[in-house]
Write a protein that binds this ligand. Sequence first.
Ligand code: C2O
Ligand code: CU
Ligand code: CU
Length: 985
Amino acid sequence: MRTGCFVALAASAVLGLAAAARADVVTIGASQDNTIYSESGAQSNGAGDYFFAGTTRDGFHRRGLISFDVAGSVPPGSLITNVSLTLYLSRTRTGDQTVSLHRAVAAWGEGTSNAGGEEGGGALATTGDATWTHRLYPATPWSANGGDYAGTASGSTVVGNGTGFFAWSSSGMTADVQAWLDGPASNYGWLVRMPEGTTRVTKRFNSRTNPDATRRPALTITFIPVSPTGACCATDGSCSVVTDPGGSCGGTYQGAGTSCTPNLCPQPSGACCLPDASATCTELTAASCSAQGGTYQADFQACAVTDCPVVLEPFVDALPLPAVAQPTVGTPGGAASYTLAIREVAQQLHRDLPPTTVWGFGDGPTGATYPGPTLEVSSGEPVTVTWVNDLRELATGQLRTEHVLPVDTCMHGAIDASPRTVFHLHGGHVQSQYDGYPESTILPGQQAVYEYGNLQLPATLWYHDHALGITRLNVMMGLAGFYLLRDALEQGLGLPAGEYEIPLAIQDRSFDPDGSFEYPEMWHEHFFGNTVLVNGKVWPVLQVKRGKYRLRMLDGSNSRTYRLRLSNGASFQVIGMEGGLLPAPVTVSEVTLGPGERADVVVDFAPYAAGTEILLVNDAPAPFPGTPGVGVVPNVMKFVVTSATGHTAALPASLRPLETLDPLDAVVTRDFDLAKASEPCAGTRWTINGLAFDDITEFPELGTTEIWRFVNRSGVTHPMHMHLVMFQVLDRQAFEVVNGNVTPIGSPVPPPAHEAGWKDTVQVGPNEIVRVIARFERYTGRFPYHCHILEHEDHEMMRQFETVTACGDGVRGIPAEQCDDGNQVPDDGCSASCQIENECADGVDNDGDLRTDHPNDTGCSSATDFLETTPTRQCDNGLDDDGDGWVDVPDDPGCQTPTSTTENPHCQDGVDNDGDGAIDFDGGASRNGGVPLAQPDPQCGAAFVGSEAAASGGGCGLGPELLFLVPPLAALRRARRRSARVVLE
Ligand code: C2O
Ligand code: CU
Ligand code: CU
């Protein structure tokens, strides 16, 4: 058995020992190596990438074992004149240490144990491994624990603190190798050890199975053959020296006198991928492949069976800025109607790529872009969008009947290859029928009109496809765009705007040489592309003026998480996340976004000289959190600073006051177990509580607050997203599974400041419990919640909750149609028939006056309903229309004017400041012009309890007839619960 000499040294040593003798040199790789661990008689690392010597922090010893097949590479009878062992040090704990080689005196084994990772602790030994107690585990022990080896070292060398190559060479080693050549049966190699007195001295060397072939152990042997010899060439191009006439040559004998120094054996060739956009493949030797900058695949591999990657040059295209969508009625930013059609177009995504077939959105009769045009909208200004599926085959113009990408019919809902689409506004607070329910399929040639009331805080929203079972394919094709919701308060903050406000849709893709997207035919757990596109260009460049830019960053990727920072290490400010502005800017040096998440950040380029180049870079492993460095695509985009001056105004110290949801308000805590399960069709699927999309088990009641706990029992982070609501992250806590039970460890940790605002998607890390709190309001119906890794969402990490109206009998958590029948209580506001109850209390604006219909008002479905039409909707939209930091009070006729004095922050803020369970009421006595006070107003306290208890439709507006009004105030809900409780007693 020959191990093969894989590198022959170039220089021949001329030793001059005997006039005719010619020295020869071979360099051979190890035939076995392993590590033994003193703390355990059963740890080993036979097949690992590394082996170890030294002593750990805890005083445990590691000893390496290594052997070489000398007799297979040097002709018998040769005189060994010199040997040199080279090891690559790849990790070290301390400075200079003497590492010595002792001749092993008993056979030992290398099994299949493989510790993975940094490998320091070893792995459970497999049959035939060497361990501290066994030379061949588990049957043959050493005669002494720790190995049988010669007491005197054959050679030693001082190994320093920097990674790199170290060499051992000595007369003792030469004698060992000579002995092994002459008596191969006693060749057990060397034991590699360090002085074992002190702790924390360990050295890690690359093993013979390390993936980097150039850094494996190598033994160079210089020898003088006795009889004529010649070189023997193996098919892999390696060279060994054999005795003439080459009878023992396993390959091609080169003739007497031929030598391995230098190696003249013909080198095999194989596929070599060149780093270019056309994925060029040529068959070359490994050496000429690397000389041309290519990546050598394998010996004898043909180009015909090689799939070379498309390699694109970064930072050659300008960052595209999506156009503002133009309405058919109205103007951008106001109440308006849009028609947005999805169309198949060819779009160039990189300078060196042919145009790619993508699906984009167009706001006109023809054409489309990927990403789609940006919808500019304002809080309280409703818009309607006519979504049209106008997907036609590029070549024929015929409506598409088949998807461009292969559809895997193992996915729930993916019954055939048709290009089903669904239109979802991510982060939108919308009626169920307009939410883009995954089964609200719109086929080519069909359309639907969706209404977006925009009754929510301003935020960076985005629209994207949501078709059941093929969302990942539709979004991959390009179906996504921005929806930017604003209001007067935000506009008044002086944030960078116009040319200084840039949306960045970050998505990863891989390409075929013809420019088409590469996406696997069968469902995979994740999709990770090898390039990053921003707004539809691969690694683009943006010229920036010296000043501040507001970057609205979206992770619109299928599976990839990004940990984003600036290449110069500069910090930047996060001003908002998915649900809009934070109370104040938060300074960070990196921000991590999972699929679906957004970060609204401000980067200041003022400090840099013209010409400065700064990259937006990523170091998040894929999958996430994964192993550092694995799967990372480091580049995102480049900024180039110009000499012009841009937006230099300071950022405001405070942004938008945040209403914090109170865990004490939660009526229920629900648990969601996130895990992977096996499944016969696709092999595996991802699940929530082990259930599927059609299993509905959550029925949140409108007006109530709930805590949802996501418990991640899997090894990857899941970005969990809820429709309808914005939530707040309460905390994160680690857990371990003890006897199958989730057992929390340590204390819950509140979210970092930049995550402590409104969100709609949250990263739930492995072995982590994340608690979020949300208030369910306004719209009844079914809404999805899911992991936003689209591969997970499609299979089958998406379920639905159904929001229901209050039941007069106080029963919670049941479907709306089961509510209240024949079980009314006198003043619950519900009538005897569910039909009528639903009409008025369904949270829907049945009469189209932009106000949610009032439940106990018999006239609520008519446009003349008093409660609905007076006051105007500005007062009860749950927003602070006059920008004084207080949510406008619904029954206050003056609330929409900036001079309103009726929004008393303490007595009419809808909060129970004195904690007596009733909403504070000041009887009108302490109205103070709307100036926010830091402390509760004592006048709302005990002295006024009488007024509070009596509050029933007076100035505070908390009487039963107002309980179902729109303002999303925790207090309204609390009051409602209180009244329900009173009724039941
Ligand atoms: Cu952005 Cu249900 O998704
Ligand atoms: Cu969504
Ligand atoms: Cu997931």
